[in-house]
Design a protein around this ligand. Structure first.
Ligand code: PLP
Length: 425
């Protein structure tokens, strides 16, 4: 069962009608279901029964403290990509020994912070990064546990902006060079080479690219073993997708993915780290918006809503699809084909294109599905639009897990230079 479902014609999150949330907290707003998160976690964990796996939730998909803590309480570790995410993971209660630090551009300050925290591993993406980390660790009298993130040159068959495992992408060490870099790692002070890692992209719905990447990684484990390098674990990354559009996307096969993971773990004889982000949280959230007006153009009909690309940038950035659901269903109303757009002064401010929807009236509510991942975390305040609130529902309970930013708070972030500041005269 999905957390978002109709009861008596009204879309609910768990036991709470979404029109009630909109009335109480305003729109636009994000609504997350804690029970959906918990079910997602359990489904994932069950699929990997019998595999020695540490599941490090990729915080960048949704790093609200309440989301992280919900998963951390169930045993999740964290995959982080910045010192900010390190602080968020720690504040939400993720133990440092369950944190992996990924990212192609870690600064030395970030490395130092993660060494002080005592993270499980640094996923290193280049030889210069390895040398930096060695310097930072030596200066601190510490040893940095390292996974070499390799680029297996596998086509993830996903959108160009979220593919990471092709040789032309900026990510990882080319797999042909991994053996040499491993030798260098072994010779560097303050470095302990513990693992190899891959992450080939996001929103993968086919399992074959994973299989291909895992096979290359397992082969590398064998090559390194022949060089006398014994690893402690295999990091298989994240990237499992969701069916945003049930008509177009195939639902990724979790069982088949788990089989591919199991096979890799067995072939390498090593425990694994998994880094799911989107798969864990996308389906557990919606973006609620209210119709401002309906505009009939010559060529197109538009539903203009009060959410925009500054909240959900995925449609314009990735041509992503999010299903649009009317929150209240009225029996027999005429339907039409609409573009659902926001009020921002950009043609790219589009949330959904060419959707068959009931003809909506001003003030009616819509929900954009699968907005739990790469939604709120990617939002901005463009057009001086304050950040929208995040609401978490659990059964019949409702909690504001991030209040709406006010315009005053937004303005107060700025400072006037002395020559413009009238109060300083
Ligand atoms: C983004 C990212 C993930 C999570 O990707 P999803 O597609 O959200 O599962 C995992 N690992 C690394 C290194 C990442 O950059």
């Amino acid at each position: 069962m999905t957390a978002f479902h109709y009861r008596d014609g009204v879309l609910h999150a768990d036991d709470v009608p979404l029109d009630r949330i909109a009335a109480a907290h305003g729109t636009p707003c994000w609504v997350y279901s804690a029970s959906a998160l918990e079910r997602r976690w359990q489904e994932f964990a069950a699929a990997f029964a019998g595999v020695d796996a540490l599941v490090c939730y990729a915080l960048k998909a949704n790093s609200n403290q309440a989301v992280i803590r919900t998963l951390a309480r169930l045993g999740a570790g964290a995959d982080i990509v910045s010192a900010g995410e390190l602080a968020r993971a720690r504040a939400a209660g993720v133990p440092a020994h369950r944190i992996v630090f990924a990212g192609v551009g870690k600064t030395e300050d970030e490395m130092a912070a993660a060494l002080d925290a005592g993270v499980l591993q640094f996923n290193v993406e280049s030889e210069p990064e390895l040398r930096s980390l060695s310097r930072v660790a030596v200066a601190k009298g510490k040893v940095a546990p390292v996974a070499l993130r390799v680029n297996p040159d596998v086509d993830a068959q996903t959108h160009a902006k979220i593919t990471t495992g092709k040789s032309e992408n900026k990510f990882g060490i080319e797999i042909e060079r991994a053996r040499d870099v491993a030798r260098i790692a072994r010779g560097l002070p303050g470095i302990s080479l513990d693992a190899v890692a891959v992450h080939i992209g996001s929103q993968l719905t086919a399992v074959d690219p994973f299989r291909a990447a895992f096979a290359r990684l397992v082969e590398l484990v064998g090559t390194l073993a022949a060089d006398g390098i014994r690893l402690k674990r295999l990091d298989l990354g994240g990237g499992l997708g969701v069916a945003y559009n049930p008509q177009l996307n195939q639902q990724p096969d979790l069982a088949a993915y788990a089989d591919a993971v199991r096979a890799a773990a067995k072939a390498a004889g090593l425990p694994v780290v998994l880094e799911p982000g989107r798969w864990m949280v996308a389906d557990a959230g919606v973006l609620l918006a209210r119709v401002i007006r309906v505009k009939d153009g010559l060529a197109k009909r538009f539903v203009i809503v009060d959410a925009a690309m500054n909240e959900l940038i995925r449609p314009t950035l990735y041509e992503a699809f999010h299903a649009v659901l009317p929150v209240v269903k009225h029996g027999h109303v005429p339907h039409g084909t609409f573009d659902v757009v926001g009020p921002i002064c950009e043609s790219g401010d589009v949330l959904a294109l060419g959707r068959e929807l009931p003809v909506m009236a001003e003030g009616e509510l819509v929900a954009l599905r699968h907005a739990g991942a790469y939604g709120a975390v990617m939002s901005s305040t463009y057009n001086a639009r304050p950040l929208a609130p995040e609401i978490m529902v659990r059964g019949a309970d409702v909690a504001v897990v991030r209040p709406r930013q006010t315009v005053e708070e937004l303005i107060a972030l700025d400072r006037l230079p002395s020559w413009l500041d009238d109060s300083a005269r």
